[in-house]
Design a binder for this molecule. Structure first.
Ligand code: ATP
Length: 585
């Protein structure tokens, strides 16, 4: 039952209709066979019973009915085909959307613990295997079992000795099939693992191709990919090589029923315990009955492999979504109340308490790895803290629906991802349904209108994968335009001007100034001079808040902030001196 549940990606009820139709097809397909048997009986009677006449009237009737069964078989096949395909495509299409939706609602940590290639494979590859099982394998299996079961019932009634001989080897074949299922699960798991690793290596190779080329790593990196592809090949060979003999042995066992039945038939015939007609009928049935059973055996082996794909899908469905379904309040102050958080290892934040007033600019500073981005992730509820609370407008954010919370927050990161589509579409991601003038107004505010209209297709220029490439500064301004269009009351800003040329920096600073007006702003500052005028500066270190206050207060305290400030001032001087020295030499 669990296998069926997994194979249908948690929707076994969707299998009912296709399986019923498949069984119907198999029953209808028995009709010509039964009619042929009746024709054979009429002819045998004519030849074996002295003085018997050839019943041509009945033979005509049998032929007529046989003709009529053809459209019936056709109709049954079409119905079964449609039921199977529709059911399968509906399950996979709706399932993919449902899973993608669900992924949005589960903690980011669950997703980042898996590779993007692995998730992509589940959404596409695993659903394809489920689709194939639903459209072909399961209906075929259901149908393939109906015919022999029916036949066994009829034959048992007719002559139990012949029926028993015909199916004598079935239990051994069934045991071998179960063993092949186990083997399939084990080897199939290893094969799937090798496949996922190859997908991940391929993705790594393609994503990092620029770095690989620039570092001249082509040889080394290609080896990694080549090794994983080789492992995949070996896993495939092992999988097929070990499994095929077991499946073939099960099929051979099954087919051994035919000679067994013939021996029994000859023995009974010689003893006068079986008529020629019965023997001929058993022979006829015997040559046909093992084909569906062979199909069932092969399908079972394949289904065991596909079940793992279904199990991965069901496993993701079962990941609990983040709790909370109430709307966020209208207040926009934020509080971290004794927050402790870790990603699975040691704590990144320990007992951190922080008040972020509404409408104020709060800057987070500290050494690399001190937990600045982690605080962002907690505020946006990508993760929930293990201890303590994050309060948004006085309300615990665990009770707020994640997507409703995100409506209140705009985020601008250093790494901007542009989706495949036009520039207008990319800005409109801030607010779906925004009009073209609204998009342009946001672009003007973010100082990107001028460069956009200089592009060949203006706002309709395609960017992202395969599209036009924008510079880092241009991408950042697009992401600020998105945030402006979203018009959220809280802005999380990862210092976006780092590593930009002065012209870009000036434009972005201008755009940021528009974005942060009258909003609650939390900014991660890498260069302290950019947040000199913040309402409060929070200095992080060793997983907790080391200092907190305004720029001047912190400088006067002569603590970590003053030290960092001093360091950054010296760094600038050092660079200039060295350039000067380089010029002189
Ligand atoms: N997804 C993750 N899984 C495990 N550990 C993580 C994860 N993200 C961050 N960390 C670890 O948590 C610590 C804090 O990381 P975080 O990104 O919050 O620091 P940061 O102050 O923003 O650093 P930077 O200034 O370099 O961006 C680091 O030691 C980092 O290695």
């Amino acid at each position: 039952m669990r296998m069926l549940y997994n194979l249908t990606a948690g929707e076994p009820n969707k299998l009912l209709k296709p399986a019923l139709y498949a069984a119907l097809v198999n029953v209808v397909n028995l009709l010509p066979f039964a009619l042929a048997m009746e024709a054979a009986r009429i002819i045998v009677v004519y030849f074996t019973e002295p003085g018997a006449l050839l019943d041509t009237g009945r033979l005509w009737l049998v032929s007529g009915v046989l003709l009529l069964t053809m459209p019936l078989m056709f109709a049954a096949e079409v119905l079964a085909y449609r039921a199977a395909y529709r059911g399968a495509y509906l399950v996979s299409a709706a399932g993919r959307i449902r899973l993608a939706e669900h992924l949005r609602r589960i903690p980011l940590g669950v997703l980042t613990s898996r590779n993007a290639g692995e998730l992509g494979n589940t959404l596409m590859g695993d659903f394809s295997l489920v689709e194939h099982s639903l459209a072909h394998l399961l209906p075929q299996l259901a149908g393939a079992l109906v015919t022999p079961l029916l036949a066994f019932g009829v034959l048992l009634f007719w002559d139990w000795r012949m029926a028993a001989a015909m199916f004598a080897a079935l239990p051994v074949a069934a045991l071998l099939a179960l063993a092949s299922g186990r083997l399939q699960a084990k080897l199939g798991g290893a094969h799937m693992q090798a496949k996922l690793e190859a997908i991940n290596r391929l993705q790594e190779y393609l994503t990092g191709i620029r770095t690989i080329k620039s570092c001249n790593l082509t040889g080394g990196r290609f080896c990694r990919l080549e090794r994983s592809l080789h492992r995949l090949m070996m896993a495939g060979i092992q999988f097929e090589g070990l499994l095929v003999p077991v499946v073939m042995a099960a099929i051979a066992c099954l087919r051994a029923g035919l000679p067994l039945m013939i021996f029994t038939g000859v023995h009974l015939l010689a003893g006068g315990e079986l008529t020629i007609l019965a023997f001929a009928s058993f022979l006829l049935i015997g040559t046909r009955i093992f084909d569906p059973l062979t199909t069932a055996l092969i399908n079972y082996a394949e289904l065991t492999y596909n079940e793992q794909a279904g199990r991965r899908i069901v496993g993701l469905y079962r990941q609990p979504a983040m709790p909370g379904n109430s709307a966020p309040p209208d207040r926009h102050d934020i509080v971290l109340d004794q927050v402790t958080f870790h990603y699975g290892g040691s704590a990144v934040l320990t007992d951190v308490s922080l008040q972020i007033p509404e409408g104020a600019l709060t800057a987070l500073v500290g050494a690399s790895g001190s937990g600045k981005s982690t605080i962002f992730r907690l505020l946006a509820r990508f993760y929930d803290p293990q201890q303590g609370r994050v309060l948004f407008g006085g309300q615990d954010i665990k009770s707020i629906a994640p997507e409703m919370l995100l409506q209140k927050i705009s985020m601008v990161f250093q790494d901007v991802y542009l989706f495949q589509g036009t520039i207008a579409d990319n800005i409109r991601m801030g607010r779906q349904g925004a009009t073209q003038p609204e998009v342009e107004q946001a672009a003007r505010g973010a100082c990107c209108h001028d460069f956009i209209i200089r592009l060949p297709q203006g706002y309709d220029t395609v960017v992202g994968e395969g599209g036009c490439t924008l510079s880092g500064g241009e991408k950042q301004r697009i992401s600020i335009a998105r945030a402006l269009l979203k018009n959220a009351p809280v802005v999380l800003l990862d210092e976006v001007t780092a590593a930009l040329d002065p012209e870009n920096e000036r434009e972005i600073q201008q755009a940021v100034n528009v974005l942060v007006q009258d909003r609650t702003v939390i900014v991660i500052a890498h260069r302290l001079k950019t947040v000199r005028f913040a309402d409060q500066i929070v200095v992080l270190g060793g997983g907790s808040i080391v200092e907190q206050g305004r720029h001047d207060e912190l400088l006067a305290r002569q603590g970590l902030y003053a030290h960092l400030w001093e360091l950054q001032q010296t760094m600038q001087g050092w660079k200039l001196e060295n350039r000067e020295a380089a010029r002189r030499s």
